[in-house]
Design a protein around this ligand. Sequence first.
Ligand SMILES: NC(=O)c1ccc[n+]([C@@H]2O[C@H](COP(=O)([O-])OP(=O)(O)OC[C@H]3O[C@@H](n4cnc5c(N)ncnc54)[C@H](OP(=O)(O)O)[C@@H]3O)[C@@H](O)[C@H]2O)c1
Length: 339
Amino acid sequence: MSLEALPETSREIRLASYPEDEVTLDHFTFAETAVPEPGDGEVLVRNDWMTLGSVARDQMSPQTTLPIPVFQPGVAMWGRTVGTVVRSNSPLLEVGDLVEHFLGWRDYAVGNAHGFFKRDRAQLPGPEYFLSQGPTAWHGMVETAHVAEGDVVFVSGATNGVGALAGQVAKLLGAKLVIGSTGSKEKIDYLVEELGFDAAFDYHDGSPADRLGELAPDGLDVVFDNVGGEQFEAAVQVAARGARFALCGALAGQHGGPGGSPRLPLMTAISKDLTFRGFATMHTPEQFEGWNAKFGEWLGEDRIVFPHTVVEGGVPALPDTFIALQQRKYSGTVLVRLS
Ligand SMILES: NC(=O)c1ccc[n+]([C@@H]2O[C@H](COP(=O)([O-])OP(=O)(O)OC[C@H]3O[C@@H](n4cnc5c(N)ncnc54)[C@H](OP(=O)(O)O)[C@@H]3O)[C@@H](O)[C@H]2O)c1
């Protein structure tokens, strides 16, 4: 295979400083560096797609309790990315291989081949599909909440990358009723008409407990919570006896809002026999492979869709896209095309 010509420089986005509150363009800097030469055992990868999520906001806070590294000022940021090997000094990977890795926010990534995970291009419709949040959705809905046939399920933050897949997984595994919450009429229509949720409501529209009570008069069996705050409290109130809560995210507090620490009435939790299980997945290779195989099969049978938004513009578009994500402008997994 002939080697593709490389540009002289690779563009990257660095963290300028830690935001105290709202993230602005001033918190990022744009830089260009020489395209690196891979050393022994290393590969050079042209980044093709990267995904952005609220988790990057947590990585901009040195106080975060999440078990992932915090960004460092003056250094290129990182995040989940897929790309193509363009130079290889390792027997593990060949030029042309598709790899998933964490050195996003830049055009070219270099590093030990062990840090780049080979993906089978034929398994999914496009390389960007490997960036779905399916491993998290599956882990929360199936391995944490143990969704089962006939369950009534509530997914808060249902239009984001994790929630939109979690709800579909619940339906595919036989849930009787899947309800989602989201932030606009347009996103409600998206959940019901395109993703097959049975019902959805806007969490700005009155009390979430009232809305859940109307939509699930017999109570909720499974709650997949991406939000926390008032929506978590509402779900506890409307939970059926024995309900299982998978605690995935705390969006109501993650963007600096006040809703990160909801109240839990203990006597309600005790008398209803509720289970709460948080999870912070450091996904294993088996979890990725298991999800990708299932996802490919379901996509091939037209039983699932990949909810995502594509943003063009490459590396320079990343800071604006991250700010727009925080302003709730997108649905599904947010994908930036890097090449
Ligand atoms: N536990 C784990 O292992 C794990 C792994 C990955 C991700 N996560 C978490 O899962 C959640 C979803 O992640 P993601 O990357 O799929 O989503 P994301 O892209 O970060 O979600 C953005 C969307 O969330 C909604 N949102 C934002 N602020 C909100 C608020 N204050 N209240 C309610 N909804 C709000 C908005 O949609 P609306 O217009 O509907 O408000 C927005 O478009 C995040 O909390 C993330 O940290 C957890």
